[in-house]
Ligand binder design. Structure first.
Ligand SMILES: Nc1ncnc2c1ncn2[C@@H]1O[C@H](COP(=O)(O)OP(=O)(O)OP(=O)(O)O)[C@@H](O)[C@H]1O
Ligand SMILES: [Mg+2]
Length: 234
């Protein structure tokens, strides 16, 4: 399978006054197209920092980050936002929906950010996505009128609206009960089986079991990298 994401000697520091916080300490990782990866590790180990770099929300301090063949570490802000809106989909722990907008309008948002004109065709596409995540009878609801699981399904639909190559999730089931978490994981598994590459942060072993590969970070380094069928990856 072709590599969709590769990071080489990836370092991320934060600078606070005179203090340097060295968070990612030279990561080398390759993610293949069609993979489903769980990123685990203790609090503060750098999981969200890595995900933010992979999501082009933040830039590495040094090292390379190849998305396909392109080193995005060297891109400017405009190019980065272009990459984000055409190549990537995001799902967050806190759903990040806009409260004043309906389900369909929230799903449309990334298109708006991309400068695409909304019309009947884009609306139809968003309605289809809402239906796909089981919200056909909630199209005009606003986030506060939905359960947590339903809000996360809106976020999943929204993450798919630009047909991304790569979906990034930061603890997508972090705020959900066990039963709803299973529903969300079933949805992500279906997406993965349809060809989407997924990288997701989780604290929970039973959520990580849904992934094909588990990478554990500790103190900014890769501690282990295993396949869920118990084969170690090279
Ligand atoms: N903007 C920032 N400025 C300074 N330090 C930061 C910043 N963001 C994160 N850090 C530090 O970087 C380290 C890693 O943070 P990160 O959020 O990546 O951890 P995490 O593995 O996602 O943890 P958690 O499981 O608690 O979400 C932490 O020690 C944190 O304090
Ligand atoms: Mg985190």
């Amino acid at each position: 399978m072709p590599a969709i994401v590769r990071v080489v000697d990836l370092v991320k520091n934060y600078y606070m006054g005179t203090q340097t916080v060295n968070v990612l300490k030279g990561l080398n990782l390759t993610f293949e197209e069609g993979d489903f990866v769980a990123l685990m590790g203790p609090s503060g180990s750098g999981k969200s920092t890595l995900l933010n770099v992979l999501g082009c929300l933040d830039r590495p301090t040094s090292g390379a980050y190849y998305l396909g063949d392109v080193n995005v570490a060297q891109m400017g802000d405009d190019q980065l936002s272009e990459v984000r809106s055409t190549y990537l989909g995001f799902i967050f722990q806190s759903y990040n929906l806009l409260p004043q907008y309906t389900v369909v309008e929230n799903i449309e948002l990334p298109l708006l950010y991309q400068g695409i004109k909304l019309d009947e065709a884009t609306k139809e596409r968003c309605v289809k996505l809402a239906e796909m995540v089981g919200l056909s009878d909630r199209l005009d609801h606003r986030p506060l009128q939905l359960s947590g699981g339903q809000q996360q399904r809106v976020a999943i639909a929204r993450s798919l609206v630009n047909d991304p190559h790569l979906i990034l999730g930061d603890e997508p089931t972090g705020n959900l009960d066990t039963k709803t978490s299973v529903e969300i994981m079933q949805m992500l598994r279906t997406l993965n089986r349809s060809g989407k590459t997924i990288i997701m942060v989780t604290h929970e072993n039973d959520i990580a079991e849904w992934a094909r590969r588990v990478i554990r970070l500790r103190d900014g380094r890769v501690e282990s990298d295993t396949r869920n069928d118990n084969r170690a990856t090279a």
